[in-house]
Write a protein that binds this ligand. Sequence first.
Ligand SMILES: *Cc1c(COP(=O)(O)O)cnc(C)c1O
Length: 478
Amino acid sequence: MDINSFKIDIEILATWISNYLMNLEEKPVISDVNPTEIKKSLNSLPPIEGRKISDIVEEFEKKLTKGITHWNHPGFMAYFNSSSSEAGILSEFLISALNLNGMLWITSPVATELEEIVISWFRNMVGLSDNFWGIIYDTASISTFHALGAAREKLDLQIKEKGLAGRNVPKLTIYCSEHAHSSIEKSAIALGIGQNNVKKIKTNEKFEMDIDELRASINSDLNDGAKPFCVVATVGTTSFASIDPIEEISKVCKEFDLWLHIDAAYAGVAAILPEMRWITKGWENSDSIVINPHKWMFTPMDCSIFLIKDKNILKRAFTLVPEYLKTKKDDEVDNLMDYGLQLGRRFRALKLWFIINNLGVKGIESKIRNHINWAKDFANWVENHPHLFLISPVHFSTVCFQFRINSESCKDKINYYNQKLLEIINSSKKIFISNTKLKDQIVLRITFGSYWQEERHIELAKNVIQESIDKILRNKIE
Ligand SMILES: *Cc1c(COP(=O)(O)O)cnc(C)c1O
């Protein structure tokens, strides 16, 4: 290894990254390349001779950066934010330098033990008791997959050993709201439960799961001879950021002996704020919970925290230890490969350790508090706007709204003009917002939550939206 040239390369990248983050705001937030444009600009064959890092960085800058939609851009207000803080970025650098694999305790004791520590920190930050044991997976989809896998194992139907097909097992059913995330269905597909056996429960006017509907659906499935086994409740639904009534759902789960999994992938971190702690009401009655630090806690992709009360069920569902992975310490320690599908594990705990240490609970709190305040302020602006209508209650940092030329617009007009407004707003390249649908009508969706956002960016968003509305209204009159 040529240590001096490596140090120079580190400096090249350090400079590139610092300049990138400093000047991000001036870049268009969304990439405007056409499909295949990037591909065609690149060599179709691999280089035979190795190239210098400085040359590679130069080509990266020239050809690849065009195709980046900048998730760290303060104008990125689409989907749910995922932004990386300085501590997060630096920790990833270290993680790849160490390149440890925490599959077993012995393959790096620090990986397993630090994971336990940062999860207990996190549990403390959101006010959960140590009745929950935790593990870090890559994404919420995978966390939810493991929750449902554990719930299925708890049925004692020997599905792990014998599978589902070709024998006499009842139809298994899962319940979630109509606004729940698609990862629940994907998990049901992967676990052999089937997409049709995920029952989408209707919601009330606040987009919350309707308890009577839930009960009715469970009873009707029981009458049909099915075996209901799990309810997934959402805190912060993906479309409308609504909150299912956890406490009431947990009572239903108790009554019917169902696993309760809480999907708080986006909004769970809000519980760090004392004034938002109310969202965790009833969580202690759940069997498992997922919260993603990679969404709203300034952690680079990827990092999803999965909390579960009965870690032994999870282990029973997923453990399989081949001869070559047995160690003498197996009785004394947790080998994290026993608690999931994957064998190899990245050292994700180090990211959380860096970030929580660097920002402190206070620093994280104040960022999240700002985002929520800005969302409330934005919602206020929407409510006082003659052409904008608030669609759902604003609990977190996401606001759903609709543009109407007049309050009585018909559905086709609403769809036409909201689609148009969305296109004009995003073509500004200054902010990037996304959309969803409610009863076949397009709804616009703006979300705050970036580490790099400041109050002025919310003013910028209002200005861009107002200018775009003006454009539509002007053309309409002409
Ligand atoms: C984002 C999100 C998911 C999926 O998260 P991934 O980590 O991308 O798998 C699931 N549920 C909710 C409520 C989400 O907001």
